[in-house]
Design a protein around this ligand. Sequence first.
Ligand code: ADP
Length: 547
Amino acid sequence: MLGQMQDKPLLISSLLEHAERFHPNVEIVTKTVEGPIHRCNWRELGERSRRLAIALQKQGVKHGSMVATLATNTYRHLELYFAVMGLGAVLHTINPRLSPEHLEYIVNHAEDEILFFDLPFAPLIEKLQSRFPTVRRFYALANQDSVETAAPAIRDFAGYETLFDDTPADPSFTWPQFDERSASTLCYTSGTTGNPKGVLYSHRSTVLHNHVISLSDSLGSSADATILLVVPLFHVNAWGLPYAAAMTGAKLVLPGPHLDGKSIYDLLRDERVTLAAGVPTIWQMLFQHVDANGLKPREDLCLKDAVVGGSAAPRMMIERFDRDFGTFLLHAWGMTEMSPLGVVCRLLPKHADLSPSQRYDIQMKQGRAVYGVQIKIVDDDGQRQPHDGKASGKLMVSGPWIIGRYFKGDDNLLDSEGFFDTGDIATIDEDGYVTLVDRSKDVIKSGGEWISSIDLENAAVGCPGIAMAAVIALPHPKWQERPLLICVKKPGAEVDKAAVLAYLDGKIAKWWTPDDVVFVESLPLTATGKIYKLGLRQVFKDHELPA
Ligand code: ADP
């Protein structure tokens, strides 16, 4: 027997409609590409999104059309989110840090029809436009006078604001209703090996994911929150937070392209941000700004939670946020293929009396699965491993916002139980906390046992004078592989190999001790701000470990 409740589709447009109706005056603040602060609210954003939708329809955009963005976090990008998806078209958010080859590949693979870009990317578009045969129209996201001054040499080109010029508000416009399983956004994974792969989200997967990330035991969004989206709108829908803000009425703060320590600190302070989300490299830059200027974040800021994901949060970062900022570092794990949230590290009531140091031990874990995500760890034969905090295995996931197959890919990615292999290796403890041991391709296999590059890096960045650290495996005649530690020093620090090894002594198992420590000026980063291990492996492939 079927239930008899209304069969209303879960559509992204309903989030915006709700925000307009119930949180009309809540602000959306942008540090624009040009620099000045722009302010609007959910009512204005809703109105402009509807006008934009009408303008896009006039441009031939319809259900299933592919509309691409190459843009940072601004209110204009957010308008495109709601206008394109609201029409049932697909928003393909492109990571501008991808190589030209990958950009060419994904625009053609997605068959993008219209491409919106931030004006500073105009030279890139000028260079690549002839390689984008499917794109019939380009728009620059900027004020019209900036567009006219820049006058880029791009075919079929116009300024974004011209779309509004001929499109007055139409009170009779309503968002179309369609199947909630319709595609909403397309994101490609960075493709550290081979071509990037497309992940195609649906309205249903997005709205369900959104409900769960908004819970207070999850990332937590609410009407009294102010959320700074350091994580880009082009990276897995900024972890879903824009939708959560619309649903709950949170104030949104968008940093545009300004991700340096000073810009982030100023936004945190001036906009009274309570929740911010970003990868660890962003927070390192913030710490450097605080140190260099002798700032007092505990007095200046009211940041309650800093969500850290994408790479492991080092202990030093957890401690620093707690001690100097009064901020809880909220560790989370997920991936593009998971919309992205899988697990999040909130404490349980039984942890209430722990000392700070014991609390940090728990916060270093990636966290517990949120409702909707099933997890298991398995060995090479697919056998489930116990959740005892010791046994490690391949981390597999299943749920309504987890990938079934890649865009235009034929292969079924799932095992016989419907689980997707994340490519990560993890343990799960009795309370369900997942600890990531490593990415399976980064783990160091020494003498038949595993050394976690994540654990070694976490330990190394705690060493005084070390700003960043990466560990890679090098081939070894006896042990098969051994770890090489690659470090970046803090400005002016006088630290050497002996000091780092002495610091690590006693903090890691003896046989994990890196065979060598080298110092570099900077570490290469991927398009999503993670340490580019593949690049490091190429650079150091001939490095000889001391005997
Ligand atoms: P990309 O592959 O483009 O870098 P993703 O963001 O999809 O993009 O990467 C997902 C991967 O990032 C995960 O499979 C995992 O290896 C790593 N990751 C994500 N969050 C964490 C975390 N909290 N700790 C350690 N690794 C993480």
